[in-house]
Design a protein. Structure first.
Length: 331
């Protein structure tokens, strides 16, 4: 029998000031058992998980246990740097890859180990603005292969998220990258809204999901509704995106995607079990009060609305999911 999907989310989205107690309280209250850690105030100001001090990490690990939470993935920004040292008019930074691999990637692995996570979220590098991303697949695949090697040494899995403006901006491109990397420690992360914001229709978004299935690891859940669609967008102005919505009311067609996922779950469960993960994660990243290049915000109220929207779609297509029960709080 197929196990329930595991619901998780980026906890910083549910906290007005990003404080750890806000994040953990909100997630425990809505019934979640897992969270992805990205930005958090653990007592020394708001930091990305990559910048946390050792005392902050120890404090958070104790706190998450007190609130009955486990980390599903490290929400790292790995791969959100320039592929080439080229001035293309963007503010994206460039770091020589050898240094990046030795420093940033290793820190992400250390954070996963510290928080007891098996999964690290990352990206496929920014190609120079105005160039064809297909031209850069070979270099990106080589670098991601090395990142996968680093993760494998620690028993971890790198999840490559589909997102606008990066080389891996579509399901088709992620398929090409995953086929070339061909490494068990690199899987892909589907995010329907990140496709729709580029001007794709629901049918086209579904096709991008299908392209990713052979390499799929888990899904991020958010949706988007553009009241005035203009067709395909070559470069997305992420700062201007303001129409994120819950999964039951957007343009992505989550019903069709999740209906297909239901039949695919046994295979995906086996794939994730082989990587040491607790199961198949659906990771909420709703952005319902705004989103940008490195994060988004929903508030505790918006996060609750987004979670209930996802649960409605899951109920409709017949996918079981696991939330806290009375038995959980009594144990």
């Amino acid at each position: 029998m197929t196990a329930p999907v595991l619901l998780s989310g980026f906890a910083d989205e549910a906290a007005n000031e990003k404080q750890a107690v806000q994040q953990y309280s909100a997630f425990a209250a809505v019934g979640l058992k897992y969270y992805s850690i990205r930005f958090v105030d653990a007592g020394e100001g708001i930091k990305n998980v990559m910048q946390l001090s050792e005392p902050e990490i120890q404090h958070l690990v104790k706190m998450q246990g007190d609130y009955g939470l486990k980390v599903s993935s490290i929400g790292s920004p790995i791969g959100k740097v320039k592929l080439l040292d080229v001035d293309d008019g963007t503010s994206n930074k460039y770091v020589p890859f050898d240094q990046y691999l030795r420093e940033d990637v290793e820190i992400a692995c250390e954070r996963a180990i510290a928080f007891g996570a098996k999964l690290i979220r990352g990206f496929a590098f920014y190609h120079p603005k105005g160039t064809d991303p297909h031209e850069h697949v070979n270099q990106v695949s080589d670098q991601l292969g090395q990142i996968a090697d680093a993760c494998e040494k620690h028993g971890l899995t790198f999840g490559l998220e589909v997102e606008a403006n990066l080389v891996g901006q579509t399901g088709d491109l992620l398929k090409a990258i995953a086929d070339q990397v061909n490494h068990p420690a690199m899987l892909t992360i589907f995010d329907a809204a990140n496709i729709v914001t580029q001007g794709f229709t629901a049918d086209e978004t579904y096709a991008q999901y299908l392209a990713m299935k052979p390499s799929l690891g888990w899904l991020h859940i958010k949706d988007y509704h553009d009241p005035s669609p203009t067709g395909r967008i070559e470069h997305v102005d992420e700062a201007s995106l303001s129409n994120f919505v819950p999964a039951d009311v957007g343009d992505s067609g989550h019903e069709a995607i999740l209906r297909d996922l239901k039949d695919f779950l046994p295979d995906l469960e086996s794939r994730m079990a082989a990587r040491g993960a607790d199961g198949v994660f659906l990771d909420l990243e709703p952005h319902v009060k705004g989103g940008g290049q490195f994060g988004g915000f929903s508030g505790p109220d918006g996060f609750g609305v987004a979670l209930r929207g996802l649960c409605r779609v899951l109920d409709y297509v017949g996918i079981q999911y696991d939330l806290r029960s009375f038995a959980d709080i009594k144990s």
